[in-house]
Design a protein around this ligand. Structure first.
Ligand SMILES: NC(=O)c1ccc[n+]([C@@H]2O[C@H](COP(=O)([O-])OP(=O)(O)OC[C@H]3O[C@@H](n4cnc5c(N)ncnc54)[C@H](O)[C@@H]3O)[C@@H](O)[C@H]2O)c1
Length: 260
């Protein structure tokens, strides 16, 4: 028995990093998974590997969301899980952030998460309930200076998720909504960030274990385990929560050296 047997899940940004790990684990635990991404070749390759479907999607495009949800329900008869995961991270602080960077970042993170929840919700209600899983970041909790627009977008995702959870509770519609807040995880997004900020990059696809430990970086599979839990009925009493997955990085920063 898989932990999400019989469930139908959409994972956005599933051609790389966290989305790919989420899709792999959900499929391994029995879900029918629809992977979406702008990166068609990589998305199709992973979908083929795990026996899932691929759908080309720019998450900032509202019309494509309508087609994606309709086609998923047509194909599988229901929708139980949406992982709003696709994202971009442009290095730019308050002085360097242009209007273009600001708008594109908010479009890919905040608009997309809104569209996803808005169009998935009725399909989930019709399926008897569901789980909306919105990928935020510890940037939403502390703000990161070189990532102004990204921090703002992730903060918006955090509070939007709580609003949706409160709405669904008041409607008693069986849909839960939570935000996930990873710290640094070993993915191409973080490789680009570390390279851009300090000239550090892995030789292969990931950092060696020792280096990951030294840098305080997690693995995509660590986040996928949390996503699987939120997708499954094991988390049926969890909604409106912000789940931090950073091995205490955020609290350690706030408590300072010595933890006083
Ligand atoms: N890696 C981390 O340390 C970390 C930490 C906190 C939060 N996150 C969040 O996790 C999510 C996944 O990040 P990742 O680290 O796996 O990054 P990644 O760059 O490895 O993967 C992101 C994926 O999103 C896709 N994508 C980008 N723009 C898109 C668009 N407009 N439409 C559809 N797909 C699009 C990319 O093609 C890529 O496949 C993001 O929302 C990111 O902000 C990552």
């Amino acid at each position: 028995m898989g932990r999400v047997d019989g469930k139908v899940a959409i994972v956005t940004g599933a051609a790389s990093g966290l989305g790919a790990a989420d899709a792999r684990l959900l499929a391994a635990e029995g879900a029918q998974v629809v992977l979406t991404d702008v990166n068609v070749d990589a998305g199709k390759a992973i979908a083929g590997e795990i026996g899932a479907e691929f759908f080309e999607q720019d998450v900032s495009d509202e019309e494509v969301w309508k087609e994606l949800v309709a086609e998923t329900v047509d194909r599988f008869g229901r929708l139980d899980v949406l992982v709003n995961n696709a994202g971009i991270a442009v290095i730019a602080d308050i002085e360097r952030t242009t209007a273009e960077i600001w708008r594109r970042t908010l479009a890919v993170h905040l608009d997309a998460t809104f569209f996803g929840c808005h169009y998935a919700l009725p399909a989930m209600v019709a399926s008897g309930g569901g789980s909306l899983i919105n990928m935020s970041s510890t940037a939403a909790l502390v703000g990161i200076a070189p990532y102004l627009a990204y921090s703002a977008a992730k903060g918006g995702i955090r509070s939007m998720s709580k609003s949706i959870a409160a709405h669904c509770k008041s409607r008693r519609n069986g849909v839960r909504c939570n935000s996930v807040h990873p710290g640094s995880i070993d993915t191409p997004m973080v490789h680009a960030a570390l390279d851009g900020l300090g000239g550090l990059k892995p030789e292969g696809e990931r950092f060696p274990e020792e280096m990951r430990r030294a840098l305080g970086i997690g693995e995509p599979e660590d986040v996928a385990q949390l996503v699987l839990f939120l997708a499954s009925d094991e988390s049926k009493h969890i909604s409106g929560a912000e789940l931090v997955i950073d091995n205490a990085d955020t609290v350690a920063q706030l408590s300072g050296p010595g933890g006083n």
